[in-house]
Design a protein around this ligand. Structure first.
Ligand SMILES: Nc1nc2c(c(=O)[nH]1)N[C@H]1C(S)=C(S)[C@@H](COP(=O)(O)OP(=O)(O)OC[C@H]3O[C@@H](n4cnc5c(=O)[nH]c(N)nc54)[C@H](O)[C@@H]3O)O[C@H]1N2
Ligand SMILES: Nc1nc2c(c(=O)[nH]1)N[C@H]1C(S)=C(S)[C@@H](COP(=O)(O)OP(=O)(O)OC[C@H]3O[C@@H](n4cnc5c(=O)[nH]c(N)nc54)[C@H](O)[C@@H]3O)O[C@H]1N2
Ligand code: SF4
Ligand SMILES: [Mo]
Length: 794
């Protein structure tokens, strides 16, 4: 069994819970963002930075991928509380250099949380750990590139290296990076998308022919019905609430599908309007369906089957643009309602009321995020969502469409630029035509496969372009051991994180310029470009002096690494790329579909929108040139008695593994993170009490167990049998093998757990007693608990 103990630099003795919020944003949001920004940046820098955020002549927010309004409709303050936090995290005046690393041995840093590590400040110079080293030490840039080049050139095959990307990397850096990796000879290009919207990309590519969403911001504004499933916009895409407010004013109805009643789905107080600041704000959801975790596939099937029964269909669209309707309809007619009610935890009346909302709307947009994709049946659910859209012709017309809401600010752009372990042949053909070399054609490893190959010593060099792979991935113990197996680990980073301190035999940290900073690579002012969740591409240019004179841009680092590794091979233009990023944009224009005249188009304020055939002309570039209905059997997550299904999610005070602070304001948590939210009746039935400390123990099919100790039980309204806790503290509980079928995305939101009182067993005995289960059929012990050993269960 693996047991991952908490690290103790967070004092949770002052943890407070209670009082969930009934509205998102408002005055508190403004106050919190200003306080954090001024503490870390000072008044002048705060003003200088935030006034340039998301402006046409400024820089793109490092936070999420929510789009900006068109330039003529932007406010002076075009950002949200969490955008301000993301900027502050990067533009902080705190820095760490060689003195910091000399004072903190690796053995100490490994005991620190990601919160502590990130809060130390910006990285300022390249650092190295030599074999057997106890500390990071300074290294020159040239020596760092020589070290990387030496390792890469020494491999028996290019496939022995892996090149990870997190979704903040610019389009220019992403294009240069994939070019280098393919010229070096591998498609080992996993990215954070593998853990994020991979189920979406796979599902949509099969059924509409393109793995991206089909709506624009204007569609949200004019939709008649907006469905928000498995997404918490109040925290993770806060400016989406402004769009929803406009939609509501235009008469839209909103249906929220979520086990939790998230504050942002209840009411929004727009800080940009006097009404939002002073009054009660706008009510968001007209209906909230508290679906059981993982019940969405069954729910969407049931809604589809009702629309069929009521003949609330767009027959013309189905006839002209789709295939597979009859097979789908047959499955829908045979729907097993008992199974649906069991999977969803909802009543038939609730589901009928939701279906009614669909039936009454002729312009429905369905939005979704991690609550849909991070399950074993994530791809299937994305296809069910698509089925619903096809039934009513809700794609490729104003106000209607499919809207996967992306996470990282440029995660979609990175894919467009070719960061993909399974690149399509047409992309490789274009690369070959442009650069005159044969790119590798075999698929590379995704995030899960990368861990397996590191574990098995098939991969020996890990290179991370941003991100925090070790903390973000599932099965922390396995992932950490895999990383330690590498000969060399390299991270291009702005801030210190756990992936730097759980490293290979040798390790490098390469400190990089952030989006908020001026980029003078090649002696000229450079700008970069990014793509948002709605396929809009635009330029970004930072206003600030860099945190250190030693920082380099991502493009610069990639070009230098390429020169140190493949030298003049294939005669690729690394010097030209480095001296003027327009040179990269000219190549993007010739290789990436839809990017013709790229450099010119991104020079316009607001940029341009990439083509999307289903959205633009109701053409579907699938294998059969039609939108594809999929008939899928209902999959239901069976949770054995005495266990709960745990979803691992974000608090309001973090960006993925970057922890900004210890409050989750909307859910009423203050000064702590090791909490597990449980339905009050389940707490009683499990023989626990609100506020009690428990260990979370997850069990997997192969009999293996994983444990994360010391979480406080918090009574929280949600469907019976469900629980929620924050990531990354809970990542040790997610088995590497637990992933979505078809997309290989870790199933971070369906972890079967037992909760065991922390004080029930002491110290080492924990191992032998792990997996004690609740069983109501067993007589209660002295404390009123019904515990049995797992092997006693039939
Ligand atoms: N401030 C901030 N912004 C962020 C991020 C951040 O960490 N902080 N991360 C960015 C990234 S990379 C991403 S991918 C996005 C993530 O954005 P979200 O997907 O909103 O993030 P999560 O916190 O994982 O929340 C998932 C939501 O799904 C619900 N849910 C869980 N399981 C189920 C289920 O089975 N069915 C349904 N219907 N709902 C379910 C949860 O209750 C929760 O409301 O946000 C991006 N923006
Ligand atoms: N249990 C659980 N696990 C999850 C999830 C979940 O919901 N539950 N969500 C998954 C999802 S959706 C995602 S996207 C992944 C996130 O996985 P990652 O993208 O790998 O993780 P982040 O925490 O976003 O990365 C933070 C680090 O990025 C670096 N960084 C920040 N800005 C920049 C920059 O401008 N340039 C460079 N080069 N580096 C920068 C900093 O050093 C910082 O420490 O986690 C996944 N893991
Ligand atoms: S909604 Fe997202 S992109 Fe916009 S300001 Fe907030 S965090 Fe940044
Ligand atoms: Mo994500």
């Amino acid at each position: 069994m693996s047991r991952t103990a908490p690290r103790h630099d967070i004092d949770e003795s002052d943890l407070e819970v209670g009082g969930t919020a009934h509205a998102a944003a408002g005055k508190t949001a403004v106050a919190v963002s200003m306080k954090r920004s001024i503490e870390q940046m000072g008044v002048v820098r705060t003003a200088q930075t935030l006034l340039k955020l998301n402006q046409a002549d400024g820089f793109d927010c490092q936070g999420c991928a929510w789009p900006d309004p068109d330039p003529s409709h932007r406010h002076t303050a075009e950002f949200c509380e969490n955008g301000a936090k993301a900027v502050t995290e990067e533009a902080t005046k705190r820095t760490i250099g060689r003195e910091f690393f000399a004072a903190h041995p690796l053995a100490e840093l490994r005991e620190r949380t990601d919160y502590w590590l990130g809060q130390q400040g910006r990285l300022t110079e390249p650092m190295v750990v030599r074999a057997g080293g106890t500390h990071y030490e300074p290294i020159s840039w040239d020596d760092a590139f020589a070290l990387i080049g030496g390792h890469l050139k020494g491999l028996d095959s290019p496939d022995e290296a892996v090149f990870y990307t997190s979704g903040k990397t610019s389009n220019e850096a992403a294009f240069a990076y994939q070019l280098f990796v393919r010229a070096f000879g591998t498609n080992n290009l996993p990215d954070c998308s593998n853990m994020c919207h991979e189920s979406t990309s796979v599902g949509l590519a099969e059924v509409i022919g393109i793995g991206k969403g089909s709506v624009s911001l204007e569609d949200i504004h004019v939709a008649k019905l907006i469905v928000i499933a498995g997404q918490n916009p109040g925290t993770n895409h806060p400016r989406m609430l402004s769009a929803l407010e406009i939609a509501k004013k235009n008469g839209a109805k909103i249906l929220a599908i979520n086990p939790l009643r998230e504050a942002g789905l209840v009411r929004f107080k727009n800080p940009q309007t006097p009404k939002g600041m002073a009054l009660n704000g706008t009510e968001i959801a007209d209906m909230h369906l508290p679906v059981k975790i993982n019940g969405d596939q069954a729910l969407f099937q049931a809604i589809g089957s009702l629309l069929l029964e009521w003949d609330a269909l767009d027959h013309d669209f189905i006839e002209r643009h789709t295939t597979g309707f009859e097979a789908w309809a047959e499955t829908a007619r045979a729907l097993d309602w008992d199974l649906v009610l069991r999977a969803t935890g909802l009543s038939r009346e609730q589901i009928e009321a939701a279906a009614r909302m669909f039936a009454e709307s002729d312009a429905t947009t369905i939005c979704w995020a991690m609550g849909i994709t991070q399950h074993r049946n994530g791809v299937a659910t994305v296809k069910e969502i698509s089925n619903l859209a096809f039934l009513q012709g809700n794609i490729g017309k104003p106000g209607a469409g499919l809207c996967p809401v992306r996470g990282h600010s440029n995660v979609q752009g990175d894919r467009t630029m070719g960061i993909w372990e399974r690149p399509p042949a047409h992309f490789l053909d274009a690369l070959q035509a442009e650069f005159g070399f044969d790119p590798p054609r075999e698929h590379g490893v995704d995030a899960v496969a990368a861990v397996c190959e590191l574990r098995d010593r098939k991969i020996k060099v890990f290179f991370g372009m941003g991100g925090n792979f070790v903390s973000a991935m599932s099965d922390t113990t396995v992932t950490e051991a895999a990383m330690r197996n590498a000969d060399l680990t390299v991270h291009v980073s702005t801030k210190l994180n756990r992936s730097h301190v759980v490293h290979g035999t040798e390790a490098l940290i390469l400190p990089v310029l952030g989006r908020s900073e001026k980029d003078h690579t090649g002696g000229r002012e450079q700008r970069i470009t990014v793509e948002d969740s709605m396929s809009a591409v635009h330029a970004s240019k930072g206003p600030l002096k860099p945190a250190s004179e030693h920082l380099r841009s991502e493009v610069d680092i990639i070009c230098s690494m390429a020169q140190a590794t493949i030298g003049e091979r294939h005669d690729l233009p690394w010097d030209a790329f480095r001296s003027d990023y327009s040179e990269i944009r000219h190549r993007i224009a010739r290789v990436v579909p839809g990017c013709e005249s790229y450099d010119e188009k991104v020079a316009q304020p607001g940029g341009f929108v990439l083509p999307h055939p289903p959205r633009d002309s109701r053409t579907f570039p699938t294998k059969v040139d039609k939108a594809v209905f999929t008939a899928i059997p209902t999959e239901i997550l069976e949770v054995p008695q005495g266990r709960l299904v745990l979803q691992t999610m974000r608090s309001h005070d973090q960006f993925n593994t970057t922890i900004y602070g210890l409050d989750d304001r909307y859910r009423g948590v203050k000064n702590g993170r090791r909490v597990v939210f449980v339905n009050p009746e389940d707490i009683t039935e499990l023989g626990l009490v609100d506020g009690q400390m428990v260990d979370l123990c997850s069990e997997w099919e192969d009999g293996s167990r994983r444990e994360a100790p010391a979480f406080r039980v918090v009574s929280y309204e949600q469907p019976r049998g469900c629980a929620a806790a924050y990531y990354p503290e809970t990542n040790p509980l997610v088995p590497l093998e637990s992933k979505a079928l078809g997309s290989n995305q870790p199933a971070f939101k369906s972890v079967i757990v037992t909760l065991r009182p922390t004080d029930a067993v002491a110290g080492d005995e924990i191992n032998s007693n792990a997996g004690v289960l609740f069983d109501p059929s067993v007589d209660a012990d002295d404390e009123g608990k019904h515990w049995v050993e797992p092997d006693q269960l039939s």
